[in-house]
Ligand binder design. Structure first.
Ligand code: GLN
Length: 193
């Protein structure tokens, strides 16, 4: 099983490291040929306006959106969560638009631009997950087909919708592999089809 990591920007190496720890082959995605034969794709953090423009320039926006609509699992962290969303408040920036979510960018204000916290995420079991937020967005609201995996202070920080998974934080910046393993279950299910 091979999983792609969008390699235009962001913590590509850290995502790769976690996937290798979990025994999965990876490919850095820089062109549409790199999408051949992958059974899941990770969209790392970065800056979503720039990454959206790069997706268009590299001819990746439509092919990735199409694969996502056909059921390929896509996991977005931070900027990736923004790109997955159909609605981005106050912005007409490029996006994949695959999840029925409304996203607010840079939502935690200057004081809280970056912070870390231990969060209890029921789907991962009893041990809290160490979440790292960097100029993070959040999901303000979501349609009923979106399954909310973590809500804190009335903000949705982790959610899934069918083959899509989105985190406002950066699980790749910890040693905890549980969220990537959770995503790989979706990729493995897609692989079997
Ligand atoms: N604030 C960034 C954006 O709007 C996201 C930050 C991140 O990915 N760490 O794209």
């Amino acid at each position: 099983m091979k999983v792609g990591i969008l390699a235009l920007q962001g913590a590509v190496r850290e995502h790769r490291h976690i996937l290798h720890t979990l025994g999965v082959e990876t490919v850095d995605v820089l062109s549409s040929c790199d999408l051949d034969g992958i059974c899941g794709l990770i969209l790392p953090g970065g800056e979503s306006t720039t990454m959206g423009k790069l997706l268009v320039r590299y001819g990746l926006l439509d092919p990735i959106a199409e694969l996502g609509r056909r059921g390929m699992p896509v996991f977005g962290t931070c900027t990736g969560l923004i790109l997955l969303s159909k609605h981005i408040n106050h912005s007409d920036q490029y996006r994949l638009g695959l999840m029925d979510t409304f996203v607010e960018r840079n939502a935690f204000g200057r004081q809280l631009a970056s912070f870390e916290a231990d969060m209890y995420i029921p789907v991962l079991g009893k041990t809290p997950f160490h979440t790292v937020f960097i100029r993070a967005p959040y999901i303000e609201k979501a349609d009923s087909n979106v399954n909310i995996l973590l809500r804190y202070d009335n903000r949705i920080l982790f959610a899934e919708q069918d083959n899509f998974l989105a985190a406002a934080f950066h699980p790749e910046l910890t040693d905890d592999t549980r969220i990537h393993a959770y995503f790989l279950e979706k990729a493995a299910a897609f692989h079997k089809i």
